[in-house]
Design a protein around this ligand. Structure first.
Ligand SMILES: Cc1ncc(COP(=O)(O)O)c(C=O)c1O
Length: 410
């Protein structure tokens, strides 16, 4: 099979560098993807497929880092968005979608009584820690080593331009290590405002880790004993694990839940949700952004939730992910390669044995990309309900070729 080339992408990258620092920044930077194997710019997308600026087509297993749970350009979502757009998007006051979405999301999500809306996940996680600090009158936020909760100063993994004082009251522990978190509760006794956890641990460049049995219960107990809050950061998993919140999937009751990414199938919106006990603190914290009130993403979110609930999307996406995982494992074995597939089926990730700096993973994913399958070598993948059995079969076939190339190179 002829493999793809990326002439126009690279010309555009050179041009971007003239006008934009680094050309492309953040996790979409080409520095994270094998140069020569991936495009830099996409021109269009439909369903589970994307096309780059050189006209190459891909089956997309990143779904825009999770947003496109129903696939790009889903008709039901886009027609709701379009109808709202005809009435207007940004108004001087909130639109009539405001209450509608708040009621729907609060009623859908287990164990919460109120919600606020932002744009990015980082808006929601920053608001959540402010509510926790205001409610408890404590300062310290505990998060797991290697967890990502957004790009805001309190939590950024890159210290450039951020005085360390911004992270002075943020402490870390190892996921699944109850003794480690207990030690933090002792060290900062009486000053822990909240523990923020994701439904399971999804670090970059590593196997994904499910919570041990009893882990969340242990954390919940520690929070209750110490007057601290449990924040579930569901931004990466929401609507892929359980329609009522990923905390239901794992049987834990958080005080605050944050959502984003898949909430509106690609339209920009995020949310923080909390219990009645925290309402006063929630009312006291300042939260605003010019675009937080825009109506189109709210209309899209309402449609997205209806479709996910009515069409059994969660089960379908997990089924497709399970098929992909199984096929990749079998194809790797056929080439005598040992791989590990981890994470929930809807959000899987693959690592190679004896691959400490991810050379094998980068080679594999790059060779797959050059043949039209977009996997990411460092970051977990995402499935959507727009993926088809044929997509999965084709992907497994291409993966077989890529595994052979990895075998020959090692
Ligand atoms: C678990 C989690 N929390 C927060 C965020 C931040 O969301 P955003 O990039 O929309 O600000 C992300 C983004 O990847 C995430 O995965």
């Amino acid at each position: 099979m002829d493999t793809y080339t990326f002439k126009k992408s690279y010309e555009m990258l050179d041009e971007a560098k003239k006008y934009i620092p680094n050309g492309i920044y953040g996790p979409r930077s080409p520095m994270f993807l094998t140069f020569g194997s991936y495009p830099c710019f996409l021109e269009r997308g439909k369903g589970s497929h994307i096309w780059d600026v050189d006209g190459n087509e891909y089956i997309d297993y990143m779904c825009s880092f999770g947003t496109n749970i129903l696939g790009i350009g889903h008709e039901g979502v886009e027609s709701a968005a379009k109808q709202q757009m005809e009435r207007g998007n940004c108004f001087t006051l909130p639109s009539n979608r405001w209450n509608e979405l708040a009621k729907r999301l609060v009623e859908l999500t287990s164990g919460v009584d109120w919600t606020v809306f932002g744009k990015n996940g980082s808006d929601a996680t920053s608001y959540a820690i402010a509510v926790a600090r205001h409610h408890t009158k404590k300062r310290v936020i505990l998060t797991a080593n290697g967890a990502y909760h957004g790009a805001h100063f309190w939590n950024s993994h890159n210290p450039a331009g951020i005085p360390p004082e911004y992270q002075a009251f943020v402490e870390h522990f190892d996921f699944n290590d109850l003794d480690g978190i207990k030690a933090k509760f002792e060290e900062f006794s009486g000053d822990i405002a909240a523990v923020m956890l994701t439904p399971y641990h999804h670090p970059a460049m590593a196997d994904q880790v499910m919570p041990n049995k009893g882990y969340f219960d242990g954390v919940r107990e520690l929070c209750d004993k110490n007057g601290s809050l449990f924040i579930m950061d569901d931004i990466r998993c929401n609507f892929r694990l359980h329609i009522n919140g990923s905390h239901v999937f794992f049987g834990v009751k958080p005080d605050i839940v944050t959502m984003g990414k898949a909430m509106a199938n690609g339209h920009p919106i995020s949310a923080a949700l909390g219990t009645d006990e925290l309402r006063e603190a929630a009312e006291g914290v300042y939260f605003s952004g010019t675009h937080y009130f825009s109506a189109v993403p709210m209309a899209a979110a309402l449609a997205t939730m209806d479709i996910i609930e009515e069409e059994g999307v969660i089960e379908e996406v997990a089924k497709l992910g399970a098929m992909l995982k199984k096929g990749l494992k079998t194809a790797a074995e056929k080439s005598g390669i040992s791989v590990n597939l981890t994470g929930h089926d809807a959000i899987p990730f693959m690592t190679f044995a004896d691959d400490p700096v991810f050379d094998k993973n980068r080679l594999f994913c790059g060779e797959a990309a050059k043949r039209g399958i977009f996997f990411h070598p460092h970051h977990n993948w995402f499935l959507s309900s727009a993926h088809t059995d044929a997509d999965i079969e084709k992907s497994i076939g291409v993966a077989g070729e890529a595994f052979e190339i990895v075998k020959k190179a090692n």
